[in-house]
Design a protein around this ligand. Sequence first.
Ligand SMILES: *Cc1c(COP(=O)(O)O)cnc(C)c1O
Length: 401
Amino acid sequence: MNQQDLLAVVREYGSPVYVYDASKIEAQYKRLHDAFKKVKQLKINYAVKALSNISILKLLSSLGSGMDTVSIQEVRLAMEAGVAPNQIIYTPNGVSMEEIERAASLGVQINIDNLSILEQFGAKHPEIPVCIRINPHVMAGGNTNISVGHIDSKFGISIHQMPHIKRIVENTNMTINGIHMHTGSDILDIEVFLYASEILFQAATHFDNLEFIDFGSGFKVPYKAGDIETNIEELGEKLSKRFNAFCKEYGKDLTLAFEPGKFLVSEAGKFLVKVNVVKQTTSTVFAQVDSGFNHLIRPMLYGSQHEIENVSNPKGRQRFYSVVGYICETDTFANNRRIAEIREGDILAFSNAGAYCFTMSSNYNSRYRPAEILWYKEKAHLIRKRETFDDIIRNQIAITL
Ligand SMILES: *Cc1c(COP(=O)(O)O)cnc(C)c1O
């Protein structure tokens, strides 16, 4: 997918538009898989919320990936993409007992993250095995610093509540078939991650019927030059060894599971926008593009820095720009960024636009959500049409006044 390909996509499908490179997704999947090749049973469950287009789900499923879902709608999307229920894990947070029962009735693996639902579910459905989400209270903070954090996190059942978990399991006679953690923080320091894993192994010894241990995600990918990225190969080497040793102690070959989102799809995505206006103020040159935080909210929400390239004028003289959107709200994509000279009408490409970009988009300012393209086998495939005015008006009801 080179610059000419990107420009051709805009010519054919207009802007703004998201483009995903299938070969990059495949390469990342393979890289993670290879890093853990010494483990007998590895399961990668793609975190659907990162990028939930059903063509992306089909692509990942064709590579052998399962799906990690956080809502009943994501479960349905995965099934719509042809994924078998036993290849889907459902890891919600704070949802109703009814929704969990619906997911269970579809035959997906349930992962429970609070004692109240664990007790209710176990009492009502002791025959359905469940996974439990543990909060190990380990948080990566700085280089070798292991801090006991997230004590008040809303995610997971505290590791300190293990006696309570065991009492519920005994009282209800339910089966725990998996144990899980997902701290949500970036894995920058492998030693910190391994330390959290030890807590999970320790927790695992309390259950006799485990089939898998799920280490969640948090794999970090680079967004800009100099960013630290999780060393997957080193993690694979170290965790595989420890996992295999644990399986020996446990007396059974368990499945090692992960549920990466960002790692698999972030770098595969480009977001293409057109420059509407170049505007000088007293101190700044603004490039105003035909998008805003309605389409890509990460810079405003998280302060994320997506690289921006001028694909229309890649050899232009480097100048400094603030790239902003067109919605009536401060929607800064980048401040004082060095970019090849920008002219009105140029196409800019944002990098790392695969994960948490389209899925977090909205109709704010009554704008349409962009089209999505999958670049697959050297060709652009439209995988989501751009919205139209019908989509804006569809569920609105004009009452008689
Ligand atoms: C969001 C999420 C993930 C994926 O996290 P990434 O940082 O995108 O890899 C994995 N597991 C659960 C439970 C999640 O909520």
